[in-house]
Design a protein around this ligand. Sequence first.
Ligand code: FSX
Length: 352
Amino acid sequence: MNEPDTLGAGLARRGVSRRSLLKFCTAMASLMALPPGVALAMAGALDQTKRQSVIWLSFQECTGCVESLTRSFEPTLEQMIFEMVSLDYQETLQAASGEAAESARDEAMKSSYGKYLLIVDGSIPTKDGGVYSTVAGVSNHDRLIDAAKGAAAIVAVGTCSSYGGIPHANPDPTGAVSVSDIIKDKPIMNVPGCPPIPSVIAGTLAYFVTYEKLPELDHLGRPKVFFADTIHGRCYRRPFYDQGKFAKTFDDEGARNGWCLYELGCKGPTTHNACATIKWNGGVSYPIESGHGCLGCSEPDFWDKGSFYQPLSTPLAPNAHVVAIGALGGVAAGAVAAALSREHQTHIGEEK
Ligand code: FSX
């Protein structure tokens, strides 16, 4: 399955022109806020690069992450990503099954030892010897340890593999943990979201293929280019928040006028993700634009932090809040968001 030729040759064979590659790189560079001129360099690098071997393991998950990456419109950046990598093992997408699939994985791990990118979606059960999720009779835990040994880097796709996700939620019957809870000696990037935005998965893969390293990460292991801002910070309903205009129910006048959903439980102020800028379904919309508050699905323990319809806290004076989050910038805004999160947890605790 490993193709020895360059990505440029592979793309040409499939009828993808140099112009399309450049267009793709321009979109990726813009998505990741890279400086002008990077797109051309990226296209040159990609043209000459060997297709990156990728081994993708799926553990305790709902397959939403893979669905997210594959359910997109034509032509898509995400589809081009599949031309860029040699997806040597992926249980949901591969045609092979049984022993043929397992031997393809073994072969890819052997031939690309030390070079392949390991992608993991889903959390890893650790209770009772990991019996709650096994593949070919091997526990997820042991498969992860085995595959991680020869990986150049690991990408945890989805909140489950990044932080434990829904399987880890109270009462956590399987003892679900994240990839970074188990693997300590490899570069790991978390791409959370339940599921993550397809372009974010694609963008991080493009970065790794181009630069042969992971992008700059934040304190939770997320690529800063996509997760530096909160949803609230980039939300198109933000002007209503600033004016103190809040929908009180999902069908009142405020809701019909597109006012802020903060009082209906929106978790945008404490959630770092790119939904408000990149959006979903080819840039069509995102949950808040569809009339529902953010659930905070890309943050650790989002399921246990309280009702999706419980407001984070009583709103501060709108303008004070704007200054706090908007003007302070990255680190300070993060501190405010963290404070809001703590306030939220206390508030929820008091409600119970
Ligand atoms: Fe988890 Fe992904 Fe949510 Fe589902 O693979 S992040 S439950 S979208 O499928 O892992």
